[in-house]
Design a protein around this ligand. Sequence first.
Ligand code: B1M
Length: 214
Amino acid sequence: MAVDLQALAECIIRGNKNDALALAQQAIEEGMAPQTIINDGLIAGMAVVGQRFKCNEYYIPEVLLAARAMKECMGLLRPLLTDADAKPKGTVVIATVKGDLHDIGKNLVSMMLQGNGFEVVDLGTDVDPDELIRAAKQHRADIIATSALLTTTMPAMKEVVAAADEAGIRPATRIIIGGAPVTQEYAQEIGADGFAPDAASAVDLAQSLLAAAA
Ligand code: B1M
């Protein structure tokens, strides 16, 4: 019988790592598309966790368990999204901005970019603008992608834009931004080159920016 992705979402909601892994593995073996498993199982579950956190039904320990279950499943799916033999389409330096420790969305974007043929240098979370600029120079990045999940850390994206301007690496290096509280309007306001609401759109955005630059 085909895996019920709602059951996988429930495992994420309960932070049940082992059952989540078993269901994700079963879905893979049944030939389900990795992107469907991510969207309808993992992200759907994490959306419920977010709602419960917001209305104080869940606290940080429950959220951490859910995040751990999601990460483990993403580890299983990552190799399936990556085409190791493809020539890189471009190089992206990605990070969650200074002061922000949320990395699930950023990791998804990173995985999707890799899966679509980009070389990705992932600097992790809580990354200072200067570190991003250094890495962008070192790797001759086509794109810097930053993620922020807190309204209080969004201004760090503006600092990245300013640091890139100061370093003179634009327009050769484009800056794209995303994360739950981030909007297209905010991207325009801070002078970023683009905004993407989700990981799949981040890939489209990266591709269209590189096509426009070619
Ligand atoms: Co935090 N947290 N958290 N948290 N947490 C939020 C973000 C919050 C909205 C919860 C809430 O109140 N409803 C809230 C922020 C409120 C605000 O600022 N307006 C919040 C808060 C307040 C906090 C703390 C301050 C709590 C505290 O300590 N009192 C604290 C801050 C720590 C810090 O960062 N300094 C904190 C801590 C944590 C945990 C550590 C417990 C854990 C993070 C674990 C981890 O990441 N390893 C956590 C989690 C898990 C969440 C929620 C529940 C889920 C976030 C998530 O992973 N979503 C979140 C509630 C929510 O968002 N609904 C919440 C799933 C993920 C796939 O979605 O990251 O949005 P997302 O990514 C999407 C898109 O946004 C987009 O693509 C992804 C999917 O396709 N995207 C990009 C993301 N980055 C992109 C970059 C791009 C393009 C697209 O580049 C171009």
